[in-house]
Design a protein around this ligand. Sequence first.
Ligand code: DAH
Length: 337
Amino acid sequence: MDILEQISELERQAAATLDAVTDPKGLEDARLKFLARKGALPALMERLKEVPNDKKREVGQALNALKNRVQSLFDAAKERIESATEEAGIDPTLPGRPVPDGHLHLITQVTDRIVGIFRRLGFAIAEGPDVETEWHNFDALNTPQDHPARNEQDTFYLDRPADPKYGRFLLRTQTSPVQIRVMQSQRPPVRVICPGRCYRRDEIDATHSSSFHQVEGLAVDRGISLADLKGTLEFFFRELLGPGTRMRFRPHFFPFTEPSFEVDLSSESLGRTGKDWLEIAGCGMVDPAVFEAVGYDPETYTGYAFGLGVERIVMILHGIPDIRLFEQNDLRFLRQF
Ligand code: DAH
């Protein structure tokens, strides 16, 4: 059969097939048979090479016309099938498409648990901005001008004009400024729990990240004492880590509390860290200078405050060796929790 005859033969076949197609499966079969890379049409077009030069032009034109014709037969069939499917409505026999369902990040899960325990004790949730002012993050918290944390090596300062009243803008280095914002906006009694992200210009390694999470607590009222702080934290850690958890206060220094303590924990669930006591939080009685900064009368009110590092707690709870895992978004890690 000469090639021109083959061309008209193929056109007849394609037209017959495509006109008869009634469903998506038939359409796909037809596409594979004629148009796809290994189909009849490309195979025939390949043969243009073998055509003697004086015939090339004629045969080339015929092949092009064939190609256009088959394509438009295909398009017409496709449209016909699509509108038929639409008219018939949705095919309920098709299997559903699975929707991939995610879950909360481990840090969020544990933060929710921490906050949940304090809510049962009557603490309300408070939040503050990640972009803070130097006044809220340092001055109002009684941090001296020459404190090393204020250093540009330790704190991310923003490249924007300072606020005339509150000073330079920075990424908060702790959730403690939320204490200040809460006290500025309400009168005692105060009982808040403040979860949030913090930022420091730390050298990044297995235990340091440039961003991490803290949960801050603050209670202010008449007659609040260190015993309230101790009882509250003890209850909290037993709820979080189990009844066998023991806690001790070790004297420390924070500018915004006096006296100040670091909290150490000892618990069976901390067994895998290999240490007897683990430092887990900072806390203390609110310094009178802080009350003065927010306009509370330190003669009338006392209060306690504390701050926990969420990553640290999560790493201990789950035996996670490297803080960087939390931010790498590796599903093999995240799906385990
Ligand atoms: N802000 C402290 C830090 O980031 C933690 C802290 C210590 C918070 C003592 C407090 C506190 O509220 O009373 O290291």
